[in-house]
Design a binder for this molecule. Structure first.
Ligand SMILES: [Zn+2]
Length: 370
C-alpha cells in the first residue's frame, strides 16, 4: 500500500497532467507532454497490481476513469475523496489546481499567479500609488474576460497606468474549445467564460458557480478584431474566485456603516475593518476546496497595517460541501508546524455575526446618545 507522501506526490503529478491536458489547443495531437506521459505510466503501474481497479489502456481512458470520481474509487489503497476532473467539461477541478500549485508542479508557468501579483505590487509601489493596486485587483475580480477593445480602454484608465503593460500578461487569448459556433458565453455570477457542455448548456470552472444553475450574462462574438481574452486559470482560481467574496464582504460591512479598506498596505491582507470605537479587524479571504492545502500553505496574517484581531474567512459553501473543513484545516496546520498563531477558519456568516455582536456591544457601551 502506498504511503501518504507517495500518494500526494503521485496525485500532484496526475493533477499537473490533467491541467496540462486541459490547456491543449488541439485535442487530437498525438504526442503527449512528458508530464502527461509520466503520470499515465505511474497510473498504469499502480493499478496493474490490484485486480479490483481498472488499468487504463490509453491517456483518454485514464481521463475517463478519473472524471467525476473521487481518488479512492480508482487508486488502490487511497481513502482520498478528492475529485481531479469535472466529468461534464473535462476541465480540472479547483482542488486539482490547488494540488498543482501547492506542489509547485506548475504547468501554467513559473508561479504565474504569484509572479504577476508581485510585479503589480512593485509597479504600484514605485509609482507610490496604492489606489492603482486596488484598481488592478478590482479589475481582475470584476472583469476576468475582456474583448481586445475593452482591454485597450482599461489600459488607458488613469488608475491602471502603472500596471498597463502587465495587463497583457494577465489577459491571455482564449482557447477555441470554450466557443460554441461563433460565440463565447460569460458567467452571470463570476463573469468568467463558460465551457460549452452538450448541445446547448454551459458550465463554469469556479466551484462557487457550480453550486447553482449556471446562467449566461452576455455572449461575446468570437470573430471581433483582436478576439476575446481571459485571465489565466490560476488568476481566476486564486484572485477572481475569492475576490468575489472579498467584495461581497466589503458590501456587507459597508451596509453596516463600517469603514473598510481593501487590500491595505499593498495587499498585506484583504480587508481592514474599522469599528466606531477604532478597533480594527483584519480579514483574509480564502476559497480553497481543500482545507489541508490551505492549512499547510497559509502564511498567517501580517501585523501591519496594525490591527486588533485577524480572521481567516472562508465562504459558507465550503462548509456545506465539507462538514470537516475547519477540523481538517486545524489538523493540516498542526502537522505542518504552523499552529503557533492559533489561527482557525471563520466562515463568512459567522464572521458577519461576530461583526454584528461587536457593533451591538460597542453601541451599548457608548449609550443611545453616543
Ligand atoms: Zn462562474
Amino acid at each position: 500500500m502506498p504511503d501518504a507522501m507517495e500518494e500526494t506526490s503521485f496525485l500532484a503529478g496526475l493533477a499537473a497532467a490533467v491541467s496540462t491536458l486541459a490547456q491543449r489547443e488541439v485535442p487530437g495531437k498525438v504526442a503527449y507532454d512528458d508530464v502527461v506521459q509520466r503520470a499515465y505510466n505511474h497510473f498504469v503501474l499502480r493499478t496493474l497490481v490490484e485486480d479490483d481497479f481498472r488499468t487504463p489502456g490509453s491517456v483518454p481512458e485514464m481521463i475517463e476513469i478519473i472524471a467525476d470520481r473521487p481518488v479512492q474509487d480508482w487508486l488502490p489503497g487511497s481513502t482520498s475523496e478528492t475529485v481531479l476532473l469535472h466529468g461534464d467539461t473535462f476541465s480540472p477541478t479547483q482542488e486539482c489546481i490547488e494540488l498543482v500549485v501547492d506542489n509547485r508542479r506548475d504547468p501554467f508557468g513559473e508561479k504565474y499567479e504569484n509572479e504577476i501579483l508581485k510585479l503589480a505590487l512593485s509597479a504600484c509601489q514605485e509609482a507610490d500609488s496604492p489606489e492603482s493596486y486596488v484598481a488592478f485587483r478590482r479589475l481582475l475580480i470584476t472583469r476576468p474576460a475582456l474583448t481586445q477593445t475593452e482591454l485597450v480602454l482599461q489600459r488607458g484608465e488613469l488608475d491602471l497606468l502603472p500596471v498597463a503593460d502587465l495587463l497583457d500578461r494577465c489577459y491571455l487569448p482564449v482557447s477555441p474549445r470554450l466557443r460554441r459556433e461563433r460565440q463565447y458565453a460569460e458567467c452571470a455570477r463570476c463573469h468568467c467564460l463558460l465551457r460549452p457542455v452538450g448541445r446547448d448548456s454551459w458550465q463554469c470552472d469556479l466551484d462557487r458557480c457550480r453550486t447553482t444553475t449556471v446562467k449566461v450574462r452576455r455572449y461575446l462574438d468570437a470573430t471581433v478584431p483582436g478576439g476575446i481574452l481571459q485571465l489565466g486559470l490560476p488568476l481566476r482560481t486564486f484572485v477572481t474566485g475569492p475576490g468575489l467574496f472579498e467584495i461581497d464582504l466589503e458590501i456587507a460591512l459597508g451596509k453596516r456603516g463600517l469603514a473598510v479598506e481593501m487590500w491595505p498596505g499593498y495587499d498585506a491582507y484583504d480587508l481592514l475593518v474599522t469599528f466606531p470605537d477604532k478597533i480594527r479587524w483584519a480579514v483574509d479571504v480564502k476559497d480553497y476546496a481543500n482545507p489541508g492545502v490551505l492549512g499547510r500553505t497559509f502564511a498567517g496574517l501580517p501585523s501591519t497595517p496594525p490591527r486588533d484581531r485577524g480572521f481567516l474567512v472562508v465562504p459558507d459553501y465550503r462548509r456545506s460541501a465539507n462538514k470537516q473543513y475547519a477540523e481538517s484545516f486545524r489538523y493540516a496546520r498542526q502537522s505542518a508546524g504552523r499552529s503557533s498563531d492559533s489561527l482557525s477558519v471563520t466562515f463568512q456568516k459567522d464572521f458577519l455575526r461576530a461583526v454584528d455582536r461587536k457593533l451591538t456591544s460597542t453601541t451599548a457601551l457608548e449609550g443611545p446618545n453616543a
